[in-house]
Design a protein around this ligand. Sequence first.
Ligand SMILES: [Zn+2]
Ligand SMILES: [Zn+2]
Length: 248
Amino acid sequence: MKLTVVGCSGSYPGPQAPCSCYLVEADGVRILLDLGSGALGALQHHTDLGAVDAVVLSHLHADHCLDLCGYFVYRNYHPEGRLPLLPVYGPQGTADRLARAYDIPGEPGLTEAFDFRTVTPGVFEVGPFRITAGHVNHPVESFAFRIEADGRTLTYSGDTADSDTLVDLARDSDLLLCEASFVDGRDTYPDVHLNGREAGEHADRAGTRRLVLTHIPPWTDGERNLADARKAYAGPAELARSGAVYEL
Ligand SMILES: [Zn+2]
Ligand SMILES: [Zn+2]
């Protein structure tokens, strides 16, 4: 399984990275975890836009889903012809949310390009990927995903504050891609995001073999959050960077 960080900026794009988007590949199948603001541009460094097999959305905040609007144009109006329907997995209401974002009537909305499938807690399969979804702790319905293929496991937190579900999903993962949006002691809104220390604690409790911190906003010093995570987690830990590749 191969993970490419396309975008990893938290909440709004930064000068070096668009918002959340991760390309995951196994056995020739390519899925995207989230497609946030700006990610469709950077994605073209890593794959032909027509070679994506599915999109899996953690939640419907703008920084995780809005580039599906531009991707609709690419797939629906391509000069060489409309591309095949693309499965888009997301929370309840994904089709309506994206129709409003695109500013198109809900019928047909974006359904001429996308086959929307509602995610609920539990397991679904996409090609070689076995994906377990669980609700996490964020102001809107949000999922973390445990993704298994080729005997390897990647867990993606999506956006979440403290979450026992995230620990359960990440149990013994080869890599935990965990948000660390907040700065410990500075950002204290409850039930929105993790800080670096908490991300480290979740990785430690889950026994993950590697921790990659992501979704850090441009106004935050990622090194501070990484240092906080390392106090709680003894394994290898680093910051996500746009363009980074991990072979699991
Ligand atoms: Zn976010
Ligand atoms: Zn969010």
